[in-house]
Design a protein around this ligand. Structure first.
Ligand code: GDP
Ligand code: MN
Length: 377
């Protein structure tokens, strides 16, 4: 789960990291009023769950309250990488002397937490990694002993910071590590972390992603969820007890069981296709669940064929087949459907489907090959 910059800044502030506070507005009038209250030059920033707002015109400096209102009017409603702007953050304009990057992220291969920093701040770190990888300084925090203060200081020296700025930087890096660990984040990033004209450290823009599986431990985090930023289909799936993840391919997948759903996507890819989604209908693949699944999958206009892959264990093949037949009566599906059915009562299931004009196969490999052909045909 992701949160907005203004929300991430609040979390960082509770750990004692210096942030540039501000207020959020959803209309130009509100933005103007906040700018008047703050006084002086302000920055108006789009609040959307994506980076690169600066480049897209979603970050504007305003020298007067009227200008701030105009900037907000220009930014609100803007589309930034597929995200519509509903809110802007108004904060005091910062006097930037230099920009840095500081991030903490899970390093799966090393099974540790990676702290990264760079003197090439303000630009996307992926870009720095591509064009100038040596400019990124890295240290691993140990899951048991944590991220040690000496590691943070070493990073500062390696980045070429002036000696009198090392301790300030190290303190922020250590605090950011604590934020990551205590909040069950998967990513915490400050970009840019700046030195102001009068030599103060300031987190000017921050980003946080949280581990969904740990949200039960953090009710406050859950409260920060912005439904405008969530995929509507994924939300609808969650409400119906279906695990669904939207992907970019053309083959819709309806499967019982998470492991089988993963294997199904592999099989589709093996035959040269691209899955349009991950979907696990859960245990009881009854008519209403299958109908829901059809609705979710066909809501995606990229879907050109659907693969239903059911292995009957506790779930019985005949029940699933009845479910599919009934669901097709409830939801109009206009793309070809390929069914793979095996396990408990698969033969009974196949004859039920045959009555409805659908041929089901037993082999998952064959089904994957057929659905790819159908999608391409
Ligand atoms: P992002 O593009 O989505 O990462 O948005 P940022 O908040 O990082 O802003 C992008 C860039 O705008 C920063 O790297 C700064 O160069 C500039 N910027 C942001 N806030 C201020 C500010 O208060 N004053 C000045 N002078 N520049 C700012
Ligand atoms: Mn940024």
């Amino acid at each position: 789960m992701n949160v907005h910059e203004y929300q991430a800044a609040k979390v960082l502030a509770t750990y004692g990291i210096p942030v540039n506070p501000g207020k959020v507005a959803s209309t130009p009038d509100e933005a103007e009023a906040i700018a008047r209250e703050l006084g002086g030059t302000v920055v108006v920033k789009a609040q959307v769950h994506t980076g690169g707002r600066g480049k897209a015109g979603g970050v504007k400096l305003a020298h007067t309250p009227v200008e701030a209102g105009e900037a907000a009017a220009a930014i609100l409603g803007m589309d930034i990488r597929g995200h519509t702007v509903h809110k802007v953050l108004i904060a005091k304009g910062a006097d930037i002397a230099s920009e840095f990057y500081l991030g903490v992220v899970l390093d799966r291969p090393n099974r540790k937490v990676l702290v990264m920093a760079s003197a090439e701040g303000g630009v996307e770190i992926e870009e720095v990694a591509k064009t100038n990888p040596d400019a990124i300084v890295k240290r691993l925090g140990d899951p048991l002993v944590g991220f040690r203060p000496y590691q943070a200081r070493e990073m500062g020296f390696e980045m070429g910071l002036p000696a009198d700025k090392i301790n300030g930087f190290a303190a922020i890096a250590s605090k950011l590590y604590d934020v990551y660990f205590n909040e069950d984040a998967t990513l915490v990033e400050i970009n840019p972390l700046i030195l102001t004209g009068d030599g103060q450290w300031l987190a000017l823009d921050s980003k946080m992603s949280f581990d969904d599986n740990a949200l039960a431990r953090h009710p406050d985090t859950e409260d920060m969820r912005d439904l405008n930023e969530e995929n509507a289909t994924e939300l609808e799936a969650k409400r119906n007890g279906i695990s669904f993840v939207k992907l970019d391919g053309t083959i819709g997948c309806i499967v019982n069981g998470a492991g089988l759903a993963m294997a199904t996507m592999d099989a589709v890819k093996l035959h040269g296709g691209e899955p349009a989604n991950f979907l696990d209908v859960g245990g009881g693949a009854n008519a209403s669940q299958v109908a829901k699944a059809f609705t979710l999958v066909t809501a995606d206009r990229n879907v050109r064929a659907i693969l239903i892959n059911i292995f009957g264990g506790i779930t019985r093949g005949d029940e699933v087949a009845n479910g599919i037949r009934e669901a097709l009566g409830q939801v109009a599906v206009e793309v070809p459907i390929v069914v793979r059915l095996s396990g408990t009562n698969a033969e009974e299931g196949k004859s039920i489907l045959a009555e409805a004009g659908i041929t089901a196969v037993t082999s998952m490999d064959l089904a994957a090959a057929e659905v790819v052909k159908a999608a391409n045909g």
